[in-house]
Design a binder for this molecule. Structure first.
Ligand code: PAF
Length: 278
């Protein structure tokens, strides 16, 4: 496994790769969700490249950039185990040099849900992902369904800007009790970790009501909110949404595929999760 820290270094190495390249962009502090993406990248392409970069431009001023969990030695050993070929770990000063001034800003799909709560977040995500795509030049890039809106945004950016690669979205990897894996789960205290299960329970309730024939999105949303409110540690319900899976516009009557997503603050961290009603 080669670990490269400069753009010139990765460009030089990329020129030597002749076949398809699978790429997994990450912010590190890896878990099994990331490893599942890397395993697919490796299985479906002769070369797998992973980037580790805690992208400052996707964090708001009151978010956790400084305290975002980091453990590079652990990440590298996990990546080695799944036979990653190349790890790209750029410095922020090279990705965003002084007087940096170009941004990728998508309309509409960035305006609701995470975009509404985290102003500027998707501008940072789209910009860094576009830059990484330009640098790594992958054939396929892998993302987890856990960040459903991010997947929609990146697919739209790739289509709108005619980027020459395929975006592959893989299912959310969950802990045995259903909690969606996330680097931010590490912030949860033991009682909060237990309380966090309310997110998946709530999504399963939506799935159950839908499969019993309920098509009224408002009724399902109300039942979901009532269930979350029964959990005392679920301090703030940021949103509970049932939206068109592609446009992310909120639905009145559910027509599949519909994205059921929610963001809830449990103790310090704000957790997100989703399912798709097919
Ligand atoms: O999903 C993430 O970890 C980040 O948003 C990404 C795609 C690596 C961009 O910084």
């Amino acid at each position: 496994m080669k670990v490269i820290e400069t753009i010139a270094g990765i460009r030089q190495l990329r020129q030597q790769l002749t076949g398809l390249v699978g790429f997994v962009p990450t912010m590190g502090y890896l878990h099994d969700g990331h490893l599942s993406l890397v395993k697919h990248a490796k299985a479906e392409n002769p070369s797998a490249v992973v980037s580790i970069f805690v992208n400052p431009t996707q964090f708001g001023p009151r978010e956790d950039l400084a305290s975002y969990p980091r453990d590079i030695p652990r990440d590298l050993s996990m990546l080695e185990q799944v036979k990653t070929d190349i790890v790209f770990m750029p410095q922020a000063t090279e990705m965003y040099p002084p007087r940096y001034s170009t941004w990728v800003d998508l309309e509409k799909v960035t305006e609701r849900l995470e975009g509404e709560s985290r102003l500027g977040h998707f501008r940072g995500v789209a910009t860094i992902v576009a830059k990484l795509f330009n640098i790594v030049q992958p054939t396929r890039a892998y993302f987890g369904q856990k960040d459903a809106q991010q997947c929609v945004v990146i697919k739209k950016m790739v289509a709108d800007l005619n980027m020459n690669l395929e975006v592959v979205v893989l299912p959310t990897v969950r802990e045995p009790d259903g909690l969606a894996m996330s680097s931010r789960n590490t912030y949860l205290k033991p009682d909060e970790r237990q309380a966090a299960l309310v997110l998946y329970r709530t999504l399963k309730l939506a799935q159950k009501l839908w499969s019993q024939g309920e098509k009224d999105a408002h009724r399902i949303r109300r039942a979901m909110i009532e269930l979350i409110e029964q959990e005392p540690l679920a301090e703030v319900i940021d949103y509970v949404s049932i939206a068109d899976a592609e446009t992310l516009e909120e639905l009145h009557e559910i027509t599949p595929p519909a994205l059921v997503s929610l963001a809830v603050k449990i103790g310090k961290p704000r957790l997100i999760d989703n399912i798709v009603l097919e």
